[in-house]
Ligand binder design. Structure first.
Ligand code: NDP
Length: 397
């Protein structure tokens, strides 16, 4: 969708102030900035200074903070610019529904679900970074995109890699997809060492620069667990077709295995701008100023099987996929509560998986969601029980 009069592409970025959001604006800048793109809306939450600066420098029509308490501050920061302002959940929906052909979905967590869905329903092409849309709402989200008529372009580097090498006309010959995982900062740590780690050490990812929550999810491999479920819905795979291999260098971003024994991989330096640029320019490839791989300097590529005893999140993802029902939403909701509790210092690193599994077991009877209300209900129920578990765990410590 373009503005017609000047043929510029219209974009909206949900979560523009985050790691993916700022990288997206950098790609927009590299590809011509305001000469080639019109920014319909930008959204953030607490980082009002950055949101206001982005809105001004990219000439956004609308700037939204999800935090209603920040409305007046945003209004003051954008006074006299002519940029419209909104706040709260309704503001996010207004941003998502604004006429823009391409929407980057980069709000972190379940908060991203409703606005991304609104953009999908009106037929925008969705560049999907927010994996929770697929983990929690799965087939419902895929159906919403199909009914809206837009494209779904994965931004997660693993899924973007698979999207690049999964040949649609050869789909019948796809045997498996292989998600690579760096192994995170505790790849070689013992269980005893992992018991006492803090959020400050867990957030230090060896290869990728990302937001706080996804960095800690990478350390616990919950991020990979979410990605397994995301891949199931995105590429219509059976759980047994989804493999994970630890690849500490993060050079191979993921692979597709075919029936003739061939394995196709996508490689690159760990830089999200490649995946974002691909999603923004698809089906063309953009000219991007990112570091090139120098094979002569790559001394080796290592691989090892993941250890599900130290990283039980992977087993939980398989359990959720096998059980079906509302288990994806439950896993995600419980994990988000446990993650907040870990960041707040109330539960230990390994207890995040224990709490999540207990909630999944407690709610294993919940049927598959048939409406978005069902998804939100499963998410709420998972959070309620997870909060109880957090209190019990903290009290017992
Ligand atoms: P960040 O934490 O860096 O950014 C999150 C964005 O969401 C910010 O704009 C933040 O606003 C906004 N936000 C936070 N809370 C809320 C809320 N309650 N309601 C509305 N907006 C909110 O996250 P990332 O950019 O790292 O990740 C974004 C999404 O992309 C996640 O789902 C993540 O899993 C996924 N992803 C990220 C990758 C990465 O490399 N970073 C790779 C692949 C996927 P503010 O900053 O103003 O508070």
């Amino acid at each position: 969708m373009t503005s017609g009069a000047n043929d510029k592409r219209r974009l909206t970025i949900l979560g523009s102030t985050g790691s993916i959001g700022t990288n997206t604006l950098d790609v927009v800048r590299q590809l011509g900035g305001r000469d080639r793109f019109e920014i319909a809306a930008l959204t953030g939450n607490g980082n009002i200074d950055l949101l206001a600066e982005q809105a001004k420098s990219f000439g956004a029509e609308l700037a939204v903070t999800a935090d209603e308490g920040q409305y007046e501050i945003l209004k003051a920061a954008l006074a006299g610019t002519g940029i419209e302002i909104a706040a709260g959940r309704n503001g996010l929906i207004e941003a998502a529904e604004r006429n823009a052909g391409w929407v980057m979905a980069a709000i972190v967590g379940t908060a991203g679900l409703a606005p991304t869905l609104a953009a999908a329903r009106r037929g925008a092409d969705i560049a999907l970074a927010n994996k929770e849309c697929l983990v929690s709402a799965g087939d419902l989200f895929i159906s919403a995109v199909a009914e809206g008529g837009g494209k779904l372009l994965p931004v997660d580097s693993e899924h973007n890699a698979i999207y690049q090498v999964l040949e649609e006309h050869q789909r019948h010959a796809v045997e498996r997809i292989i998600l690579t995982a760096s192994g995170g900062p505790f790849r070689t740590s013992t269980l005893a060492e992992m018991r006492d780690v803090t959020a400050a050490t867990a957030r230090a990812h060896p290869n990728w620069s990302m937001g706080l929550k996804i960095s800690i999810d990478s350390a616990s491999m919950f991020n990979k667990a979410l990605e397994m479920i995301e891949a199931k819905h995105l590429f219509r795979m059976r759980p047994d077709q989804i493999e994970v291999i630890v690849h500490p260098q993060s050079i191979i971003h993921s692979m597709v295995g075919y029936s003739d024994g061939s394995v196709l991989a996508q490689l690159g330096c760990p830089d999200m701008r490649t995946a974002i640029g691909y999603a923004l320019s698809h089906p063309a490839r953009p000219q991007l100023d990112v570091q090139r791989l120098d094979f002569a300097k790559l001394s080796r590529l290592d691989f090892e099987a993941p250890d599900e005893e130290r990283f039980p999140a992977l087993r939980l993802a398989r359990l959720a996929m096998e059980r079906g029902g509302a288990q994806g939403a439950i896993l995600n909701g419980a994990k988000e509560v446990a993650l907040e509790a870990f960041i707040g210092g109330h539960v230990g690193f390994l207890q995040m998986a224990e709490i999540t599994e207990a909630v999944m077991d407690a709610l294993s009877h919940m049927p598959a969601a048939t409406t978005m209300d069902d998804v939100f209900l499963a998410d709420e129920e998972a959070r309620r029980i997870a909060r109880q578990r957090v209190e019990q765990t903290a009290a017992a410590a």
